[in-house]
Design a protein around this ligand. Structure first.
Ligand code: ATR
Length: 284
């Protein structure tokens, strides 16, 4: 087989679904590609990416914890990637890397397209302030949510994100310990990596308003803790529901595929196939 021309970089990466998603898109559109997963801790990411480029790599997806590092390794970046300060999609052009952020559009497509949600004016709580949270914050604000409250374990990172957004009337930060006093939210987005690290978030049930959506940007077992909390909260918050980030994963992959190959694949067949294997909650 030829050296890979496309890859996803991250750490850990062995359970990534991206190689399957891009292979399925390639099959659907009749585009031949060799897309692999490359494990790269932050300290060796730049060298691994340079080796990949030297071997003919043309495009790369970037996941946890490398999105802010990827941003710094790009010669040019899209406007949205610059606002987010994070890159999850790299394209090799004229011997340099161009960076995009397809997480933001991917999240909005999943919420509004697949799930038919109207995001406008939703009072929103964002948990986390890392690379994933930054893209989500900008995309949600662009999509018309109401007030955004950012809460992060390290409060200074939440403040830095709010400052970089620069909408003081619409975007606020609060301490984790003060969550119980914040009232109900119509949209709660978990952008922390706690679930990936098998850690539990302490969250009061009162955060979930009736008909709210609780959305975890991660998927599979990493999302079980947050979704379990959201489903327990739904017993008192009428009509609320909980979703993981599988749909966002497939949509951001389709956005990257379109940048690299000039055609946007159909996402529903690939999403539905993976959803059949990945239930929203543990089934034992
Ligand atoms: P990503 O690219 O997924 O955003 P990241 O930049 O490493 O990855 O950010 C991880 C986020 O999850 C951060 O907001 C982190 O909080 P800190 O800024 O305080 O580190 C958050 N996080 C990780 N583990 C957590 C935990 N156990 N409880 C709460 N937040 C956690």
């Amino acid at each position: 087989m030829n050296p890979p021309d496309y890859a996803v970089f991250g750490h850990p990466i062995s359970h990534s679904l991206s190689p399957r998603i891009h292979a399925a898109f390639g099959k659907q559109t009749g585009i031949a590609l060799n897309y692999v997963a490359i494990d790269a801790p932050a300290e060796s990411f730049a060298a691994a990416l340079a080796r990949f480029a030297g071997d003919g790599g043309r495009g790369a997806s970037v996941t946890l914890p490398l999105k802010q590092d990827a941003f710094r390794l790009c010669t040019q970046t899209s406007d949205f990637a610059r606002r987010a300060g994070a890159v999850n999609s790299l394209t090799r052009i004229d011997g340099t890397w161009h960076g995009d952020n397809t997480d933001g559009p991917g999240l909005i497509r999943d919420l509004t397209g697949r799930h038919g949600l109207d995001l406008r004016a939703r009072r929103t709580l964002l948990l986390g302030a890392g690379g994933a949270a930054r893209a989500a914050a900008h995309a949600l604000l662009d999509a018309g949510i109401g007030e955004l409250f950012i809460v992060n374990r390290s409060p200074e990172r939440a403040d830095a994100l709010a400052d970089s957004i620069g909408l003081p009337k619409r975007v606020h930060t609060r301490y984790w310990d003060d969550l119980a006093g914040l009232g109900g939210f119509d949209l709660i987005v978990n952008a922390t990596s706690a679930g990936v690290a098998r850690e539990t978030l302490r969250l009061p049930f009162g955060l979930v308003a009736p008909r709210a959506l609780c959305y975890d940007l991660s998927y599979g077992s990493a999302a079980f803790g947050f979704l379990g909390w959201a489903n327990a909260a739904a017993r008192t918050a009428r009509g609320s529901k909980a979703l993981d980030g599988l749909g966002m994963l497939v949509e951001q992959a389709a956005e990257s595929f379109a940048i690299w190959h000039g055609t946007r694949p159909e996402t529903d067949p690939v999403h539905d196939l993976l959803r059949a294997e990945l239930p929203l909650l543990a089934t034992d």
